[in-house]
Design a protein around this ligand. Structure first.
Ligand SMILES: Nc1ncnc2c1ncn2[C@@H]1O[C@H](COP(=O)(O)OP(=O)(O)OP(=O)(O)O)[C@@H](O)[C@H]1O
Ligand SMILES: [Mg+2]
Length: 193
């Protein structure tokens, strides 16, 4: 649990499924039973801000870590920074191995900032190393059709997506932001005016 570096300790029990009816609770509880790990499947959480992507990814990660599955949580930005630094310091291979070895790697917030092609290439190398060997969970607020813009290269985006998609479950969360739930009445009254 300690080495996994979760951003917060929130579990499936802490998630209010009633607030987000667009989510299939059964599907999420099934994912939380960890069957995806044996099949080396990936889970891709996609959609707008505050709908619970990071919460659910973390919750599944906590379940895995508690079952002694080697698990690591990293933001996309930090991952890219670390890989770039390793490349400059001539130790890319060992850094790639570090991220590739985890049975479950959670990469949070892909697409919140665009990256250059060299960085996209480093990311591709990691995904290629993990492909069909270990499971990866990603969260993104950028529709997959726009990933070419994040990576500055449609070809690289396709190569990454192809590998992520092949054995995967996509959880698309359409719904209101939980962060703004208390502000909703305010927004609604504004809209009426
Ligand atoms: N249905 C829910 N029940 C309980 N807490 C929730 C729910 N949805 C979101 N939250 C909480 O709201 C906050 C925002 O959720 P989260 O960080 O998972 O959003 P996100 O989809 O990752 O958003 P972003 O794209 O901005 O990163 C977190 O503190 C999370 O625990
Ligand atoms: Mg998030």
């Amino acid at each position: 649990m300690k080495t996994a570096a979760f951003p917060f300790l929130k579990t499936m029990d802490d998630f209010e499924f009633d607030f987000q009816p667009g989510i299939n609770k059964k599907e999420l509880l099934e994912l939380n039973r960890m069957g995806f790990l044996d099949k080396k499947e990936n889970i891709l959480f996609v959609d707008s801000s505050g709908v619970g992507k990071t919460h659910l990814a973390t919750a599944i990660g906590i379940t895995c870590a508690r079952s002694r599955v080697s698990t690591y949580f990293v933001s996309f930005e930090s991952l890219i920074t670390q890989l770039k630094k390793a490349l400059m310091e001539n130790r890319l291979e060992s850094r790639l191995k570090f991220f590739a070895k985890y049975k479950l790697l959670i990469i949070d917030e892909i697409g919140y900032m665009p990256i250059d092609q060299d960085s996209a290439n480093l990311f591709f190398q990691l995904i290629a190393k993990r492909y069909e060997r270990n499971s990866t969970i990603i969260t993104t607020n950028t529709p997959f059709s726009k990933w070419g813009e994040i990576f500055g290269s449609p070809t690289l985006a396709n190569a990454v997506l192809d590998r992520l998609f092949h054995h995967s479950q996509i959880v698309s969360i359409k719904g209101p932001s939980y962060r703004l739930r208390e502000k909703r009445a305010f927004f609604e009254s504004q809209a009426e005016e």
